[in-house]
Design a protein around this ligand. Structure first.
Ligand code: NAD
Ligand code: ZN
Ligand code: ZN
Length: 374
């Protein structure tokens, strides 16, 4: 195995647009796999990390290669790798499943801790990254870095998928769609004939809408300040949509009135503490459940004690509660068998050198997902 020279979108510093560079990708070390990334989605979390780090997100080091919603093909494997061979179609995972830690052995959670501290800091198990540029180490966002034509990931942060899966579609199962869908079906355990509200209709929220529909919810209320999202929400299962800006009282009061007492399930897919509080307060007392999928690491949300005291439940979800290695291939099967929608989420496709345009489209609300081809 040799060093591979290829293109990657490098984030040199916070708040600076990505820059397409020639990078060097080192061969995989023990229990690592080098992957040729074929396609990657651009997630809100990538944008957030580039433009809001230190605000909504904790500081992680720069320079780095972002991207954590990719799909590709195994190029080579390091010593000790038994589950992958060159040519396998794979999805890299920002949440591993080692199968051995106490979290992996528990059916209650998907929060595997393998390599956790290292991947949060952008390095692999030995404390270094495999990507470099101009003789400088480039950190790997969440241990993945799918905005590079090649990357190296731990063999516990990768899953093999069926060989007929279209990588430019199933890449979305590496983050956004799996997260929102699982927030409804795994974390919320949304029930048949229930009333649901989904706050934020980006890819995560639309996937939550889809999850509520698959679970058999009776009413699914989509909430967004951008009404351009409403048509797509209805295609994916929303029965009605509301824009908080069309009302002169707080959105939670609007939803409680619409549902005569509140929804059974409210899903927050924006990443804003105020909306998290509003989502909780939109649920019915006695049994309402609020599930938080939106990401913010540094802010606190306000919870009125009485809201919890009266029987509501507040939960969070990381990667939709899926045990990544075992479940993502099943989600791929569901897509291939027309049981799960992905095509509706892809509004734009662009080459790697247009990646900053993908951020603009996401931020301006014009896209749901842009898929970048590498
Ligand atoms: P996105 O930017 O595509 O969608 C966010 C949506 O929220 C947009 O449609 C926007 O118009 C809407 N919005 C903004 N302010 C609002 C308000 N006040 N009221 C109602 N809607 C509002 O983002 P995305 O890629 O779908 O990601 C959504 C969130 O989920 C982000 O915070 C992201 O970081 C997070 N996320 C979490 C996980 C996880 O594991 N929990 C995984 C992926 C993404
Ligand atoms: Zn993401
Ligand atoms: Zn584990």
């Amino acid at each position: 195995s040799k060093v591979i020279k290829c293109k990657a979108a490098v984030a040199w510093g916070r708040g600076e647009p990505l820059s397409i560079e020639d990078v060097e990708v080192a061969p995989p070390k023990a229990h690592e796999v080098r992957v040729k990334i074929v396609a990657t989605g651009v997630c809100h979390t990538d944008w957030e990390y580039l433009y809001e780090t230190g605000k909504g997100m904790k500081f992680r080091p720069f320079p780095l290669v972002l991207g954590h919603e990719g799909a590709g093909i195994v190029e080579s494997v390091g010593p000790g790798v038994t589950k992958f061979s060159p040519g396998d179609k794979v999805i890299p995972l920002f949440l591993p499943q080692c199968g051995e830690c106490d979290r992996c052995r528990s059916p209650k959670t998907n929060h595997c801790r393998k390599n956790w501290d290292n991947t949060q800091m952008g390095v692999l198990a030995d404390g270094t990254s495999r990507i470099s540029c101009k003789n400088q180490q480039i950190y790997q966002f969440l241990g993945v870095s799918s905005f590079s034509q090649y990357t190296v990931v731990p063999d516990t942060s990768l899953t093999k998928i069926r060989s007929d899966a279209p990588l430019e579609k199933v890449c979305l199962l590496g983050c956004g769609v799996s997260t929102g869908y699982g927030a409804a079906v795994n974390t919320g355990k949304v029930e048949k004939d229930s009333l649901c509200a989904v706050f934020g209709l980006g890819a995560v929220g639309l996937a939550a809408v889809m999850g509520c529909r698959v679970a058999g919810a009776k009413r699914i209320i989509g909430v967004d300040i951008n009404p351009d999202k409403f048509d797509k929400a209805k295609v994916l299962g929303a029965t009605e949509c509301v824009n908080p800006r069309d009302h002169n009282k707080p959105i939670q009061e609007v939803i409680v009135a619409m549902t005569h007492g509140g929804v059974d399930y409210a899903l927050e897919c924006v990443g804003s503490p105020d909306i998290m509080s509003a989502a909780l307060e939109s649920t019915a007392d006695a049994w309402g459940t609020c599930i938080i999928a939106g990401w913010t690491e540094t802010a606190a949300m306000k919870v009125m004690v009485e809201k919890i005291l009266m029987g509501r439940t507040l939960k969070g979800t990381y990667f939709g509660g899926w045990k990544s290695v075992q479940d993502v291939p099943k989600l791929v099967d569901d897509y291939m068998n027309n049981r799960l929608e992905l095509d509706e989420f892809i509004t734009h496709s662009l080459p790697l050198d247009q990646i900053n345009v993908a951020f603009d489209l996401l931020k301006s609300g014009k896209s749901i997902r842009t898929v970048i081809s590498l």
